[in-house]
Design a protein around this ligand. Sequence first.
Ligand SMILES: [Zn+2]
Length: 222
Amino acid sequence: MNPTARKAVLLHAPLINWTNGSLERQMGLIQKIKNNPQDYQNLWAGHHYWQRKMTPDEKRMRSHPNRSARWIPHRIEAKRKIMRWEALSLFADKIHTEETFGPNQPCLRCELDYELQSQALAEFNDLINQNAYPAYRDETKDISWSDYEEINKARQNYKKSLESFVRQLESKYPPEVTATLDTDNSPGTTQAWVTRPFGFCITCYQQVKQEAQNLINLITNG
Ligand SMILES: [Zn+2]
């Protein structure tokens, strides 16, 4: 990095809440982001961007009947996972190395209890399976799937039911627990278990991710 660029980054630094990492690590990551801005801009999105990095052999492998069109080879996913971890780890005192593993432990940032969260999720899913989903099926049974307006109305009602379940559970669980219940899932799909991406509850994961994303945006747009 040339001295002017380094100075510009440091001038911006107070905007970022650095919580972890030596200056060397921070500067190292900044340099990596500058060298591969597009990779970092597409760390959490940009499925097609990563698919374009596939070799001709990998593209042929994707057409295998057991693979979906969204398949991305492990080689690319593994690289992306390490890049995510590196970006997130600058903003977290503690971070798990596994992205998808769901360890039965408190959130590394807010210490949200795993058991309590699992219990709330199980109750939420019971309410969905016993009430909201049967009601949705009933409401849509005579609707043609091409009738978007009616389907959309039924989906809105379904979401409203889920929101009312969350309010119902608020009397029993602390707000940080009910905040993790997702009312945006499509009818018929529920979250089966509590996840801890990189060791964080979903609320903290979104926060840490946003902090990392802010740094990436700052560097790639500046
Ligand atoms: Zn948390």
